[in-house]
Ligand binder design. Structure first.
Ligand code: NAD
Ligand code: DAU
Length: 335
């Protein structure tokens, strides 16, 4: 299979590519990535000789058209992904997430007139908005879209484009909406790596508001095993929610990081809350488990977090050069 992976130099995409190269010798991977501040060649260093990395923008119709024409399947990860950045400057989110997805869809539509091209579109649970803290409910694939932020609204727009291209043009696409990922190579702007690297650089960890907000954590390996399952066995046009029953409030995650790093439980600062901060996300992944037989493997969060802390301890050469700039930006935003 000739597989095109957009955003394959980012956190989740690079994990997907590394696992694909290790586990699927029948797959030839091409990565299309514009190497924004969030993209990193180093995340692909282990598999460098086994893949082709094309540095280019997913809104470039000529580049995308040629790469899609040479592919049997496309997994579309590329996006602007950080909510705080979207609040500060939404324009790149509209560009990459909406126009970028449109460009991918048009290329798949045109290539599909002469041969089969399979598309899997990667999305987020944030398209559903948020749940109340005490609500026992979880998101399902029939939960109405209700995005809160400039990030999630552009992801919602992209999802709707994909659905329309399936229905109107017969594009052979599936979609997945996953909860919060953690693991190696996640950018230090995100919650878990930010706190770990704050401790490692002698800074105090930062908690938005009271820390009561709940996220549904999944290890990045489990997200990507689900993506493979959907790409191989998913029904065209279907949306699958990906989650591993990992609900935890931010304060508990903060305290677990501090305990695993031998710090006292209150050794952090409360900082100004995120505007419009979503309260709680929770995924019901029953159809993915029952219909496609998927099971997450890394459901022991404390073990996953311990491994992630160890990875950041051992890989300061990767994240160190990014850290000061991220913290300067946060200081300017008082976060
Ligand atoms: P990331 O920010 O770590 O990586 C994004 C990658 O996309 C980078 O390599 C970047 O260079 C590339 N990119 C951005 N704009 C581009 C453009 N215009 N053209 C080409 N490349 C471009 O993101 P991530 O956390 O790995 O997320 C990947 C995907 O998964 C996104 O679609 C995101 O919405 C989705 N998602 C993420 C999470 C999470 O917890 N991180 C959860 C659910 C879904
Ligand atoms: O739910 C899936 C989404 O998860 C993905 O679609 C996004 O791309 C990804 O960034 C993530 O979004 P969140 O906004 O949930 O992740 P973030 O790591 O930015 O924040 C997680 C929680 O931690 C959130 O409630 C805000 C809080 N937070 C974040 C940072 C950076 C803090 O308390 N302190 C911080 O320093």
């Amino acid at each position: 299979m000739r597989l095109l992976v957009t955003g394959g130099a980012g956190f989740i995409g690079a994990n997907f590519v590394r696992n694909a190269v290790r586990e699927r010798p029948d797959v030839r991977v091409t990565v299309l990535d514009s190497l924004t501040y969030a993209g990193s060649r180093e995340a692909l260093a282990d598999v460098d000789s086994a893949i082709r990395l094309v540095e280019g923008d997913i809104t470039d119709g000529a580049v995308v058209g040629k790469l899609v024409a040479d592919s049997d399947a496309v997994v579309h990860f590329a996006a602007e992904t950080h909510v705080d950045n979207a609040l500060a400057d939404p324009e790149p989110f509209v560009h990459s997430n909406v126009l970028g997805t449109f460009t991918i869809l048009e290329a798949v539509r045109h290539a599909s007139s002469s041969k089969a091209v399979r598309l899997h579109h990667i999305s987020t649970d944030e398209v559903y908005g948020d749940l109340a803290l005490g609500d026992p409910g979880r998101f399902t694939e029939s939960t109405p879209y209700n995005p809160s932020s400039p990030y999630s609204s552009t992801k919602a727009a992209a999802d709707l484009l994909v659905r329309a291209w399936v229905r109107s043009y017969g594009v052979a696409a599936t979609l997945s909406n996953c909860s919060n990922n953690y693991g190696p190579f996640q950018h230090v702007e995100k919650f878990i790596p930010r706190q770990i690297t704050n401790v490692l650089t002698g800074r105090r960890p930062k908690l938005y508001g009271t820390g009561a907000n709940v996220r549904d954590w999944i290890h990045v390996d489990d997200h990507n095993s689900a993506v493979w399952r959907i790409l191989s066995h998913g029904a065209i046009g279907r949306t699958y929610l990906i989650g591993a029953d990992g609900e935890r409030d931010n304060l508990s995650v903060m305290r677990m990081i501090l305990r695993l790093m031998d710090r006292s439980p209150d050794d952090f600062d409360h900082v100004v809350d995120r505007a419009g901060h979503d309260l709680r996300y929770a995924i019901d992944a029953t159809p993915l488990r029952d219909e496609l037989g998927w099971q997450p493997a890394r459901t022991d969060f404390e073990t996953g977090l311990r491994d992630t802390i160890a990875w950041y301890r051992e890989n300061q050469s990767w994240w160190g050069p990014l850290k000061d700039a991220v913290e300067t930006t946060y200081e300017e935003r008082r976060q």
